[in-house]
Design a protein around this ligand. Structure first.
Ligand SMILES: Cc1ncc(COP(=O)(O)O)c(C=O)c1O
Length: 307
């Protein structure tokens, strides 16, 4: 309906994504002036890299962190530095130990894709407190809506406290509209101003803006999606562990599972029309990432693995 109602496709979109920013501000209790929208949060991450690092600089991310971080760093001419995780989870002390005079940015997905693991609000606060003030901390909350852990915090307070922290979020995961390419960032006005200077003037389409506003209005869809995701994430994790797989606790809309022969499992599932994600590119060749799907899909997958 939203797409049908989106008028004026013969005109350029609103370059400031004003209505969407207003709505995001209202719903999240944030100042819309401190919000920037992007063609997916990927674009926000790229803008951050272009604006805040270059030749001779380093960008820290964690060992199995989202791969757009090193790509964004390298496209800006900087060197990505992957730091070790503990139990497939970001470790604040290891991140801090990797900081040197060349460090410009730390990029952290919380929870992370593909591990599904997260660090608590207290740990996030400690990371910001112990990180040099002139280093930009990027807290990528792409999976925030899926999180059920009580001690999770998106970090808005940290972004409010100083112009050295930016929060990113997306409509691509639990809002279910990755094809429309809508993401956003929240930071101090100084940071938003810098990012707006290099942002392409019409980076979001009209359909993206209208679709995202409609998605924000559909509260029931989100509630149903979160309930479904939580139920089947926990069910799938337990079943996989029952089958002998190592499964890190996931706060995302997927689980990561370790198999004796991940390749054979991948092929078997594919032969049965279930596509999971191979993890070699993330340095986790023994693992597969499995998205939470419909009940029938989850049961079919577990039945196939149990054979
Ligand atoms: C951790 C994380 N951040 C950001 C993104 C980018 O999503 P989008 O550009 O669709 O907003 C993804 C997508 O896979 C992700 O997993």
């Amino acid at each position: 309906d939203a797409v049908q109602n989106a008028a004026s496709l013969n005109r350029y979109p609103d370059g400031a994504s004003s209505e969407l920013r207003e709505k995001l501000g209202e719903i999240n209790n944030l100042n819309p002036e401190q919000i920037i929208c992007g063609a997916g949060s990927d674009e926000i991450l790229e803008l951050i890299a272009y604006a805040y690092c270059g030749e001779g600089d380093e960008v820290i991310y964690t060992q199995h962190g989202f791969l757009v971080y090193p790509i964004a760093a390298m496209s800006a001419g900087a060197k990505p530095i992957a730091v070790a995780e503990k139990n497939l989870t970001a470790d604040v002390d290891t991140i801090l130990a990797a900081v040197n005079e060349r460090t410009r940015i730390v990029m952290l997905a919380n929870p992370n894709n593909p591990t599904g693991t997260y660090i608590s609000g207290a740990e996030l606060k400690r990371l910001r407190a112990d990180l040099r003030e002139d280093i930009l901390l990027v807290i990528d909350n792409a999976y925030a809506e899926c999180v059920t852990a009580d001690d999770y915090d998106m970090g808005y307070d940290l972004a409010d406290a100083a112009p050295n922290t930016i929060i990113t979020r997306t409509f691509s995961k639990m809002y279910g509209i990755p094809a429309l390419r809508v993401g956003w960032g929240y930071a101090a006005p100084e940071i938003i101003d810098i990012l707006n200077r290099i942002r392409p003037p019409f980076n979001l389409t009209t359909l993206g803006q209208v679709g995202a506003c409609a998605a924000l209005d559909d509260v029931e869809f989100m509630q149903k999606s979160v309930a479904h995701n939580t139920k089947w994430r926990e069910w799938l994790s337990a079943e996989l562990r029952g089958l002998g797989c190592e499964v890190p606790p996931s706060q995302g809309n997927f689980v990561l599972a370790k198999f004796a022969d991940a390749n054979a499992v991948f092929e078997k599932l594919r032969a049965n029309d279930i596509i999971v994600r191979e993890m070699g590119g993330y340095g986790l060749p023994e693992y597969l990432r499995i998205s939470i799907g419909l009940e029938a899909d989850m049961k079919k997958l577990v039945a196939l693995l149990g054979e």
